[in-house]
Design a protein around this ligand. Structure first.
Ligand code: NAP
Length: 242
């Protein structure tokens, strides 16, 4: 079984993915940026599955912190051969009103953060000649979304980065795929105004928001041996929104 890093796993989709990977027998690092108590609770739930799990806080947008964290994980657990780049933020606003810092921070965390972690882990995976990288994109990155030029740009960037890294790393036995969820019930979508949520529900073929566990099941599959011939793909899980 492998050692997995799940960024942004203190709640929401990341927490569900950490639990799913633990249930599949992998040791798990539960990353967050600040909410270490919540990350520790997720790690404790993972340990109940009989695996090792560490809660660790670092900011994925900090290049050096990512390098240090991966070195520490290698020393304390094992070389990480599963990476789930899930940490993400929103800072919504219309194009004409968006502040420069709003744009920069979302790109720094969502896109640069995934780059930082991929670079820190890829060298370890290349040496191991095996690896699974799963990047969280979004339907916003595929279809666009009013009020989210920053977020949609970061999530479209994830798609280009995923496809390029898949081409670079395939010969080393490493797969790189993206998941593009639609509306999933987490803190991120709880923050949306009620009318936006209701309008979204009417546009979703299944008529409801997804559950974090439904994204985690897909991530668990992509991390498994059964997904060994799938790479460079963007898998949309949006309940029929698109
Ligand atoms: P969420 O509930 O808001 O949780 C975000 C997680 O990211 C938290 O664990 C948070 O930890 C962590 N995080 C934020 N900034 C970080 C940083 N700089 N470094 C490390 N960790 C950081 O989010 P979610 O809804 O589960 O979304 C998870 C991923 O799926 C995101 O990439 C999101 O864009 C994507 N997605 C979500 C939806 C949806 O409908 N929910 C749809 C499409 C795509 P702290 O609290 O400690 O900062």
């Amino acid at each position: 079984m492998a050692t997995a890093i799940v960024t942004g796993a203190s709640r929401g989709i990341g927490a569900a993915i950490a639990r799913e990977l633990a249930a599949r027998g992998h040791d798990v690092v539960v990353n967050c940026s600040g909410s270490i108590d919540k990350a520790e609770a997720v790690a404790a739930a993972c340990r109940e599955q009989g695996v090792r799990a560490l809660a660790m806080a670092w900011d994925v947008s900090d290049f050096a912190a990512c390098q240090t964290a991966v070195r520490q994980i290698r020393d304390e657990l094992d070389a990480p051969t599963i990476l789930v780049n899930n940490a993400g933020i929103t800072a919504d606003g219309l194009l004409l009103r968006m502040k420069e810092e709003q744009f920069d921070r979302v790109l720094q965390v969502n896109l640069k953060g995934a780059f930082n972690m991929m670079q820190a882990c890829a060298s370890v995976m290349v040496r191991a000649r095996t690896g699974r990288i799963i990047n969280l994109s979004s339907v916003a990155g595929v279809m666009g979304n009013a009020g989210q030029v920053n977020y949609a740009a970061s999530k479209a960037g994830i798609i280009g980065m995923t496809k390029s890294a898949a081409k670079e790393l395939g010969a080393r036995g490493i797969t790189v795929n993206a998941i593009a969820p639609g509306f999933i019930a987490t803190d991120m979508t709880d923050a949306l105004p009620a009318e936006v949520r209701e309008r979204a529900e009417r546009q979703i073929a299944l008529g409801r928001f997804g559950r974090p566990e439904e994204i985690a099941a897909l991530a668990g599959f992509l991390a498994s041996d059964g997904a060994g011939y799938i790479t460079g793909q963007v898998i949309v899980a949006d309940g029929g929104l698109g």
